[in-house]
Ligand binder design. Structure first.
Ligand code: KIV
Length: 272
C-alpha cells in the first residue's frame, strides 16, 4: 500500500527529545541533493543534515571553509523538496555567523525562508552563544556542534580526535551544558573519546548525535557518500561502509562505455 504524503508525519524537535527520553536512537545522515535525499527519506532516516561537508563531497574542496551561504541554500532547497518525513537541518557555513549575532540571524533567516528547512546547525560553544541566542529568538531551532569542528581546521591543524586532554574535555562538557541552557535542541559530538561522549550525553537532557564518538550518544550521523562507499579516499576508523557504490557505479559506467563502443546500445527496443 502506498502511503499518501499527507499521512506522513514529519519528525520534530519534540520527537527527537522523546526519542532520547525513551532510549530510542536517532538516525541522521547528510544529504545534499534531491535524488539522494528522496532515497534517505523513504528509507526512514530521522534527520537529514545538509552539511557543509558538501564543500568536500559535492564540490571537491579540501575543507568546508569555501562553501557559501547561497550554495548551502541551493543544496538545502533540493533536500527539502525530497523530505516528506525527515527533519532537515542545515549547516550555517564558515563566515556566516561567527562573532556576529546579527549576521548569524540574517544567515539563518535566509536559510529558513529560501530553502524551507526546519533547523540550522552552528559549530562552537561559549564563543557563539550570542549568535545562537539571537537565532533562537527568531524561533529558529538550533543544533549545536562540538568536538572536532571542521570550520576551525586551521586552528586545530589536524582532523585527529579532539578533547583527549582534561582541559579540553572539561571545556567541552561546559560548552554542552551551555548550549543546552541557551536553548539548542540537540548537539552533534564529532570525533571525541567514547567515554567523554557518554559523560556529555548523560550530563545534558537534550539529544547528542555522534560521529566518531562511540555507542553512547543518543544518535549517530555519517556523511552519506562515505557510508555508501561513493567516496573512496576517506576511511577513518569510525566509518562503517554499508555499500561499495563506487565499485557498482564504476562497473555500470564501464559496461555502458563498452556497449556504446560496440554499438550494442541502444538496441531496436530502446529506439523509436
Ligand atoms: O558537515 C557535515 O557533514 C557535518 C557532519 C559531519 C556532522 O557537520
Amino acid at each position: 500500500m502506498s502511503v499518501h504524503k499527507s499521512n506522513i508525519k514529519r519528525v520534530t524537535t519534540h520527537q527527537l527529545q522523546e526519542m532520547k527520553n525513551r532510549g530510542e536512537k536517532i538516525s541522521m545522515l547528510t544529504a545534499y541533493d534531491y535524488s539522494m535525499a528522496k532515497i534517505l527519506d523513504q528509507a526512514g532516516v530521522d534527520v537529514m543534515l545538509v552539511g557543509d561537508s558538501a564543500s568536500n563531497v559535492m564540490a571537491g574542496h579540501e575543507t568546508t571553509l569555501p562553501i557559501t551561504l547561497d550554495q548551502m541554500i541551493y543544496h538545502a532547497s533540493s533536500v527539502v523538496r525530497a523530505a516528506d518525513r525527515a527533519f532537515v537541518v542545515v549547516d550555517i557555513p564558515f563566515g556566516s555567523y561567527q562573532g556576529n549575532s546579527k549576521l548569524a540571524l540574517e544567515s539563518s533567516i535566509r536559510v529558513m525562508k529560501e530553502s524551507g528547512a526546519h533547523s540550522v546547525k552552528m559549530e562552537g560553544g561559549a564563543e557563539i552563544k550570542e549568535s545562537i541566542e539571537r537565532v533562537l529568538s527568531a524561533g529558529i531551532p538550533v543544533m549545536g556542534h562540538l568536538g572536532l569542528t571542521p570550520q576551525s581546521i586551521y586552528k586545530f591543524g589536524t582532523y585527529t580526535v579532539r578533547a583527549k586532554e582534561e582541559a579540553e574535555a572539561e571545556k567541552l562538557i561546559d560548552d554542552a551544558k551551555l548550549l543546552e541552557e541557551t536553548g539548542c535542541y540537540a548537539i552533534v559530538l564529532e570525533k571525541i573519546p567514547s567515554s567523554l561522549a557518554k559523560i556529555v550525553s548523560e550530563s545534558i537532557t537534550i539529544p547528542t548525535i555522534g560521529i566518531g564518538a562511540g555507542q553512547d550518544t543518543d544518535g549517530q550521523v555519517l556523511v552519506v557518500h562515505d557510508m555508501l562507499g561513493i567516496t573512496q579516499e576517506f576511511k577513518p576508523r569510525f566509518l562503517r561502509q554499508y555499500a561499495n557504490l563506487s565499485e557498482v557505479m564504476t562497473g555500470a559506467v564501464e559496461n555502458y562505455i563498452s556497449d556504446v563502443k560496440a554499438r550494442e546500445f541502444p538496441s531496436d527496443k530502446e529506439s523509436y
